[in-house]
Design a protein. Sequence first.
Length: 199
Amino acid sequence: MLEQRIQQHFIDSADLKYQAAQVLSQPIAAAVQAVLACVTSGGKLLACGSGPSAAQARQFAALCVAGFERERPELAALALSADAALHASPSGQIDAEQGLARQVRALGQAGDVLLLLSVAGNDPALLAAAVAAHERDMSVVALTGQAGGALAAMLRETDVWIAVPHERPARVREVHGLALHCLCDGVDAQLLGEQEVPL
């Protein structure tokens, strides 16, 4: 029984990735172009996520800096922190909704890209970060689940929405991980040329 349950996870994940390939290839390609325009003009990438998606944001920033599968110059990327100290106001009051937005306002500049990861798209801290990015004339690349929540509703024409056609958090995050790998690979292919990656 347990083995069948495990096998079903693999089947469901593979099915979703197969279905999502055609739906997500265009928005991921648009995200590659947004990131490429940013880094080739001297801009930087800021990344953040809600809950477990924060770890994916850190991994994405690390792959931008350290490299994906090939050696290349480092890309300016930073994962924003959920450190409680950054959420406190000067009076000591905790304002969890503004912690990420404060970092975007402190670090973001026109031409930079903010990458957001959220299954539901309703995390107040991520919504505030997106508002701060728009105030700074930054582009937003948002990876969400199918509906996209309030985050999808606030995206601009110059932003990119990568909406995984599913609502189950585990499945959405699995496709987010693959989409981030595609994004990294796409940027490398544009910067370095298309070539086979050594195994």
